[in-house]
Each structure stands twice: as structure tokens, then as C-alpha cells.
Design a protein around this ligand. Structure first.
Ligand code: AMP
Ligand code: ZN
Length: 120
């Protein structure tokens, strides 16, 4: 595992230095509730290893991405939004136009209400 980025909030959460409401953990991923939720279910799924954003993902990260999506599905199922009659949205913001504010790769798992498409 790479060293945590010293100023990264989500690395601090992985290290236990900043508290979070963790809902799932695997050897390579962590899932915790967004501090400012805008849907009834709003969970962030991150790799424990620091990757700055989806734009920094490379061919060597395939297993980690699979782990990320597997944890996201497990969270959705555990939150009751994964069944065939429900549904959820996975979002990875990249850069200022997408309102990206934390530069440690994360998937937003959003659900529990119908969500418009296209998003705002
Ligand atoms: P973004 O970088 O735009 O994809 O989103 C970063 C997300 O992190 C936002 O939805 C914030 O509400 C969330 N966030 C910021 N600080 C914390 C924290 N300490 N614990 C949980 N979520 C956080
Ligand atoms: Zn980080």
C-alpha cells in the first residue's frame, strides 16, 4: 500500500485520524457516509490507497477498481437500494467543473429517492 498523502482528508479517515461513519470495510476499500448527504443514502466508497482521482487511474489499478465497485454494490444492497425495483447512482467527480473537492478517488453511492437524469 502506498503512503497516505499527508494533507489528504480521506487518507486521514483511512488512518483513523478523522472520524467517519463507516458502513463497510474490505482489505482495500472503505465506505462511509457523506458528511453532507443530498439523498437518503449517500455513501462514499474509497480505495484505502491514495489515488488522486478517476483521472489518475491506470492499467495496474484494475483489481482495485473491481474492489471499489464490489464494495459499492455491497453498500447498496445493505442499504436496501440494490434490488431490481430500486436503483442507485454511482458518481465520480473529476475537476472543478464537476465540483470535485476531495482529491482522493471516491465513488458516491446515491439512492433512496428517484434521481433526475441528466443531473444538474
Ligand atoms: P467530491 O470531491 O465533489 O466528489 O465530493 C467530496 C464529498 O466529500 C462531498 O460530498 C463532501 O460532503 C464529502 N465530505 C467532505 N468531508 C467529509 C468528511 N469528513 N466525512 C465524510 N464526507 C465528507
Ligand atoms: Zn488520500
Amino acid at each position: 500500500m502506498s503512503d497516505p498523502a499527508p494533507t489528504c482528508l480521506f487518507c486521514a479517515i483511512v488512518a483513523g485520524a478523522v472520524p467517519a461513519e463507516v458502513v463497510a470495510e474490505t482489505p482495500d476499500t472503505l465506505a462511509f457516509r457523506d458528511i453532507n448527504p443530498f439523498a437518503p443514502v449517500h455513501v462514499l466508497v474509497i480505495p484505502k490507497r491514495h489515488i488522486a482521482s478517476a483521472a489518475e487511474v491506470g492499467p495496474a489499478d484494475g483489481d482495485l477498481l473491481a474492489a471499489l465497485f464490489t464494495t459499492a454494490k455491497a453498500v447498496a444492497d445493505a442499504e436496501g437500494i440494490g434490488g431490481p425495483d430500486r436503483g442507485y447512482r454511482l458518481v465520480a467527480n473529476v475537476g472543478p467543473d464537476a465540483s470535485n473537492t476531495v482529491f482522493h478517488l471516491h465513488l458516491h453511492v446515491l439512492g433512496g429517492r428517484p434521481m433526475d437524469w441528466p443531473p444538474g
